[in-house]
Design a protein. Structure first.
Length: 282
């Protein structure tokens, strides 16, 4: 009895093993007979799409991009959101360049506010960055600073509502949380504004006066989303910078400084994807 039972166990295991091998053989055969186009579709869209690298600005962090990231992921794009130190332009450019070095293949760089300076510098001289996308961002030329770019345009009231972490103007500063919603994101709901307010990260005010290094927009195509009700960067200044850079421009007439990547996230994602599609190779 025990011998026969053992023999049955062996036979059953053998049958299961043969069945498994048959299933594997059929699966391999099906894959081999599939057309090349079907294999490409099933491999996922990311194979031919650039990585989207999103760079936040001052008084913000990577989480500010959440709505944009969610929509890009739904459309099959892969994203990266490096965290800036906000202590120096050179240091933040190094952070973004290190992130780019760690990512194989082509990239689209996206910058908001101060992040516009960072991406303009970080992309300079790189062949892996295909294009630049800006939303309510500073786009300097070499040698210009945030302060010099603002000459002749409406100044922001943010400078009058800073809370320094140490000695005034000698230490990083936040926007006073009591004033943040009305200055930074007045078009958002109280709940969404509170989320951005809580995510504030202090910035070294010295970056306002630091000259930009060489910039990439002279040689790379760019796209710019103007925020028409921005209280941090004068919309007229945004239009000037975008026109000078030869950017493809769209405008969100009622957008705050943060509105372009939050309230208008769907439309801004379309602009990013337009940049990715128009710079794609054959």
């Amino acid at each position: 009895m025990s011998t026969n039972f053992g023999s049955q166990r062996v036979d059953g295991a053998t049958r299961r093993h043969v069945a498994t091998l048959a299933m594997v053989f059929v699966a391999v055969l099906v894959v081999c007979l599939m057309p090349a186009s079907a294999l490409a579709e099933n491999s996922g869209a990311n194979g031919s799409q650039p990585m989207i690298v999103l760079v936040h600005g001052a008084w913000a962090g990577p989480s500010g991009w959440d709505q944009v990231v969610e929509r890009l992921h739904k459309d099959g794009y892969v994203t990266s959101t490096p965290t800036l130190n906000l202590l120096s332009i050179a240091g933040d450019v190094s952070i973004v360049r290190a992130a780019l070095d760690a990512i194989p293949g082509p990239k689209i760089l996206v910058g908001h506010s101060y992040g516009g300076i960072v991406v303009s510098n970080a992309a300079f001289g790189r062949s892996d960055v295909l294009g630049l996308v800006y939303t309510a961002a500073f786009v300097p030329d070499e040698g210009e600073s945030i302060a010099s770019l603002g000459v002749g345009f409406q100044p922001t009231d943010v400078i009058n509502h800073l809370v320094f972490t140490g000695a005034p103007f000698a230490s990083p500063a936040f926007i006073d949380p009591a004033f943040f919603p009305q200055l930074f994101c007045q078009d958002l709901s109280a709940k969404r504004a509170a989320i951005l307010n809580a995510a504030q990260r202090p910035v070294n005010i010295a970056v306002l006066f630091t000259p930009s290094g060489p910039v990439a927009w002279h040689s790379l195509p760019s796209w710019y989303a103007v925020s028409g009700k921005d209280l941090v960067i004068d919309p007229a200044e945004q239009r000037f910078m975008a026109q000078r850079a030869g950017s493809t421009v769209i405008e969100f007439p009622a957008a705050s400084h943060a509105g372009g990547f939050t309230h208008y996230a769907s439309r801004f994602v379309k602009l990013i994807e337009q940049a990715a599609e128009e710079t794609a190779g054959p």
